[in-house]
Design a protein around this ligand. Structure first.
Ligand code: SF4
Length: 81
């Protein structure tokens, strides 16, 4: 079984909410963890149509995540672009 980005998302108070994550099942989970010189346009575009954007961004900030969350790229919980 191949893990997707959404499989790595945290369990929330209502795990069913994460079932609606737009990145669930995406074939390119690596796009959410770009190298500093790489564009994150692909991931941001998927995030842009996700109903979990605000919850996802809040989780990234609160738990010091890195990568693309809620349409922005974070490094240790700080939005860098
Ligand atoms: S906002 Fe982006 S990273 Fe977060 S669950 Fe939605 S698609 Fe996935």
């Amino acid at each position: 079984m191949t893990l997707t980005l959404a499989d790595l998302l945290p369990l929330s108070d209502n795990p069913a909410d994460w079932d609606t994550a737009a990145c669930r099942g995406d074939e390119h989970p690596d796009r959410w963890f770009p190298d500093p010189s790489e564009s994150f346009e692909y991931a941001a575009g998927v995030c842009g149509r996700c109903p979990m954007m605000s919850e996802c961004a809040a989780f990234a900030a609160e738990t010091a995540q890195s990568g693309v969350w809620g349409g922005h790229e974070y490094r240790r919980g700080k939005a860098i672009r």
